[in-house]
Write a protein that binds this ligand. Structure first.
Ligand code: SIN
Length: 567
């Protein structure tokens, strides 16, 4: 490792350890106190599920007026936000705002909610400026100007990045630091949503599992779901293990409507090495000029799209799938090729990616990098208005878990961190406005602690989850058709029946909760994909290969297993 990379890595390591120690200290004191009091009931002003960019930004806003509990499934740094590499798209020059809007609308394939996109591009620069004031260090040119790069389907270089390819980690670090300066924000790490609590026709809190599978009940004025996406429903994903869609599935269980669940974005370029996780090969590599080549050495993106390797993600991902497709999945490799980029110090520009590749004896500057698509980002989610309100009183959502329609059928690269900042802040403002007069509950009914799963149960559960991932990859992946989607639905129903056997035996733990959530999200994806009998953005039907604006220039809405299409 060269000296500069080493020093960047150790700086990041030190910052993370520092924050983790403080969080763990404050959290465990409180949890131990609760445990000693045996009833495990907590009261707070607002409950925020998720400590990614949307959850933390919301928490900072809420804490100006109320106590906030931020719950996260692992350590504070384990979120999709933390792993985001490429950067954050933002029009820092006023005259770039219309072009950013236009690019966002174009990538979304006709389905972007223009009002949401307008808010994203106009409020985005304010939110990023504020983040910089709070200490986020984006990479800068020698003259101090913010460095900007270009990614797929952007007409200009407008992507800010940090530490080369560790943008999410830096944004997460600065937001955690900002949140921790508020004495009114408390964190609960290693804590998972078990169910949302309903009372007086509104959400009044939630039950949560701690790390040891003890259930806690939290009473709050309102709950914000900012718990991210659900990449783990697919066997191949760039998402971390925590991305199991808990917030989305449990919101649906209390009656929240889900929108656009058929639109799952498959990132074109995840590392494809046997036995190695699908590590993201950032779009920024192609932004710097990387080529995609098939196993005959041809640049196969030149013919299908004028932007070639920088075409929208859905186009590139499908082209890769078609290049390599064989029965049952991708069989022929495709490669990223950066060998011609001799005027860029690739090790310095992409320190994280370069170090990961080096562990597998691939030199980013000298070798071809084998890649394949992987599930990356859910454009759909809990239907919200532009201020995070769902159709259930007291329940709000922001970030990847939510669907404002801002991404339409296909998210523009690097728009998601910006979405989290803008809509996280907006949701928090709405919560304060709507719920200021709501009394926090104080009901003390006993918590029913489920029976632990045995090691054999746990093994069986992992098998079921792995089977679900494969089913979804095969039946609701990049190229879909009715028969496959129906097969997927049958398999998901069987999966749900198997899980029910645990529940009937009175068993439960955080992993079983995650398994339920993944089943719920998978079912929502399959039902919505079956209903959209056209191809648009990330949703491609072999049996309906064309876009049908007459019938489907609308958002899908899933409620009680019924899909409707709404404007
Ligand atoms: C990437 O770096 O390619 C991912 C960024 C994004 O998903 O927008």
């Amino acid at each position: 490792m060269d000296k500069q990379i080493q020093s960047q890595c150790s700086q990041r390591f030190t910052a993370r350890k520092f924050v983790e120690r403080r969080v763990l200290a404050s959290y465990f004191m409180e949890v131990n106190f609760m445990k000693e009091n045996t009833d495990r009931i907590i009261r707070t002003g607002y409950l925020v599920m998720g400590a990614g960019v949307a959850g933390l930004r919301a928490a900072v806003e809420l804490a100006e007026n109320a106590d906030v509990l931020v719950v996260t499934k692992e350590g504070l740094s384990e979120s999709n936000t933390h792993y985001a590499q490429g950067g954050i798209a933002v029009a820092m020059e006023r005259d770039d705002v219309p072009a950013h809007l236009e690019d966002t609308l174009a990538a979304g394939d006709g389905l972007v909610n223009a009002e949401a996109a307008e808010l994203l591009v106009t409020e985005g620069p304010l939110r990023v400026t504020e983040l910089i004031e709070w200490g986020a260090r984006f990479d800068r040119e020698r003259n101090g100007e913010l460095m900007r790069t270009r990614e797929g389907a952007h007409s200009h270089p407008r992507i800010l990045h940090a530490n080369g390819d560790a943008t999410g980690a830096e944004i997460s670090r600065s937001l955690v630091a900002a949140a921790m300066t508020h004495p009114r924000i408390k964190f609960a790490e290693w804590t998972t949503l078990a169910r949302l609590l309903v009372g007086n026709e509104r959400i009044v809190g939630a039950e949560l599992y701690d790390r040891e599978n003890y259930l806690y009940r939290v009473h709050a004025r309102a709950v914000l779901i900012a718990a991210g996406g659900a990449g783990q429903v697919y066997s191949d994903t760039t998402n971390p293990a925590v991305a199991t869609g808990d917030g989305i599935a449990l919101a649906a269980e209390v009656g929240a409507e889900l929108a656009d669940m058929e639109f799952y974005q498959f990132h074109p370029t995840a590392l494809s090495l046997p036995g190695v996780p699908r590590f993201l090969m950032s779009e920024a590599l192609r932004g710097e000029g990387a080529y995609l080549r098939n196993d005959r050495g041809e640049r196969f993106m030149v013919a299908p799209h004028p932007l070639a390797e920088l075409a929208p993600r859905d186009v590139v991902a499908r082209a890769i799938a078609r290049e390599g497709i064989g029965e049952g999945g991708v069989t022929r490799p495709v490669y990223l090729d950066l060998r011609h980029l001799t005027d860029v110090d690739l090790h310095k520009r992409f320190p994280g990616i370069s170090a990961f590749l080096a562990q597998h004896e691939i030199d980013i500057a000298k070798d071809l990098i084998p890649v394949r698509p992987a599930a990356h980002y859910l454009m759909g989610g809990i239907r919200t208005d532009l201020d995070g309100r769902t159709n259930v009183r007291g329940l709000y959502a922001a970030g990847e878990a939510a669907c404002t329609g801002v991404h339409g059928a296909n998210r523009l690269a690097s728009n998601s961190l910006l979405e989290g900042l803008v809509f996280g802040a907006r949701a928090a403002k709405a919560m304060l406005e709507d719920c200021a007069g709501v009394e926090v509950g104080s009901e003390h009914a006993a918590i029913v602690q489920p029976i632990c799963l045995t090691p054999a149960d746990e093994e069986k559960l992992e098998e079921l989850i792995a089977g679900l991932g494969k089913t979804m990859w095969l039946n609701a992946g990049l190229l879909r058709e009715e028969s496959r989607l129906r097969e997927g639905l049958i398999a998901v129903e069987e999966y749900a029946r198997e899980l029910e056997k645990f529940v009937e035996a009175g068993k439960g733990n955080r992993r079983l909760s995650e398994a339920h959530a993944m089943g719920g999200v998978a079912r929502a994806i399959l039902l919505s994909s079956l209903a959209r009998t056209e191809s648009r953005g990330a949703h491609y039907r072999n049996d309906f290969p064309h876009r049908d604006d007459v019938k489907f220039l609308k958002h899908s809405n899933l409620s009680s297993d019924k899909v409707e299409f709404l404007n």
